[in-house]
Design a protein around this ligand. Structure first.
Ligand code: 13P
Length: 344
């Protein structure tokens, strides 16, 4: 199999540009329905279009955002700009990508762990995405969630990370940079150290599986979580989070991996920014070989969604809030964020 390595590397380089990160706007129909319910808005094709239109037509967001993860519906949905969303994103010099997993399913014996589906016919789906987006999509994203307590079995990690490695192989073959997202969930009352141990086990398994399937980590991006206590302990000091997170990475990641993008996972927006800043500083201090940045969903969108509230009259103020959040995360990516900036 010959890969278009040059194109893949160019995409990686652009996605990991200094001061920028990725916007995760790939909420599935079920997830966006829940987000809209929080602002008492019905989820329809039109309301979803208006919301994503508000985000993706923000003036100048491309200064802080290098890529946008889209959902199946959004790829060729017409935005109010008269272009499809993938073309709209691309026209701003931002790389659109696509969530390719088809969500999680229960397994008869592995509960509470769940298994991510979507491998069947993936090659064909990816080729169709190239057509549907008129060749603008540059990357894929595949998410597998992992519960910390009770700890995942070796068999579960082996199976799910093999699946993740296989979707990475299909993505590469079809010309997409795979963003592989094992997410250790915050849900539960586990300690930060239990989370760190789960990150290490999961990531070691992922790169072992990639090796077995001849997937070169240098052509992939890792999306994962920081080492955090369960949701009951959202007060972890940033320095502790950063030390544990980078320790886990140094223990489990290949040095050839180009970059890691963090999900926010339920952290409040300013906390996710503060923790990113601490991780950026820790990465510098420990000579980490990877670019580290953000790929937040909720932590970039929460405040803008609330302010927008489904009303056209609020579009400009919601966009301003989104832009501020993106800018602060862009600074945090460089270790230049200060909490006082929240008040500016
Ligand atoms: P959050 O930042 O809201 O966790 O979402 C990121 C994501 O892409 C989940 O798959």
């Amino acid at each position: 199999m010959t890969l278009d390595t040059q194109r893949l590397q160019k995409t990686i380089h652009a996605l990991l540009s200094t001061g920028k990160g990725i916007l995760a706007a790939d909420e599935s129909s079920g997830t966006i329905k829940k987000r809209f319910a929080s602002i008492s808005l019905e989820s329809t094709a039109e309301s979803r279009r208006d919301y994503r239109d508000m985000l993706l037509r923000s003036e100048g967001y491309e200064r802080h955002i290098s890529g946008v993860i889209l959902y199946d519906e959004t790829v060729d949905q017409m935005s109010c700009s008269g272009h499809t969303f993938s073309q709209l994103v691309f026209s701003r010099g931002v790389i659109p990508g696509i969530k390719t997993d088809e969500g999680k399913e229960e397994h008869p014996f592995w509960g509470p762990q769940t298994v991510t589906r979507g491998l069947k016919g993936l090659g064909e789906r990816l080729r169709a995405y190239t057509e549907r987006s008129k060749g603008t999509l540059g990357f894929t994203k595949w998410r597998q969630v992992i519960v910390v307590d009770p700890p995942p079995s070796d068999g579960f990690l082996d199976y799910t990370m093999h699946v993740m490695a296989e979707q990475a192989a299909w993505s590469l073959q079809c010309g997409f940079v795979p963003i592989c997202e094992p997410e250790i969930l915050m849900d539960g009352s586990h300690s930060l150290d239990q989370c760190r141990a789960a990150i290490e086990r999961t990531l070691r398994m992922l790169y072992k599986c990639m090796e077995e399937q001849h997937v070169d980590p240098a052509l992939t991006i890792l999306k994962t979580n920081m080492a955090l206590s369960g949701k009951d302990a959202l007060t972890d000091p940033s320095a502790t989070v950063a030390t544990a997170t980078l320790k886990a990475f140094h223990h489990s990641l290949p040095t050839t991996l180009p970059g890691i993008v963090f999900l926010s996972g339920g952290q409040r927006s300013p906390k996710a920014t503060e923790n990113l800043n601490a991780c950026a500083l820790e990465a510098k201090q420990t000579n980490a070989p990877w670019v580290i940045t953000f790929s937040y969903g909720r932590a970039l969108q929460d405040d803008a969604l609330k302010l927008w509230g489904g009303k056209a009259a609020n579009v400009l103020s919601a966009q301003a809030v989104f832009l501020k959040r993106a800018r602060l995360n862009g600074l945090a990516q460089q270790g230049k964020y200060d909490q006082r900036m929240e008040k500016e």
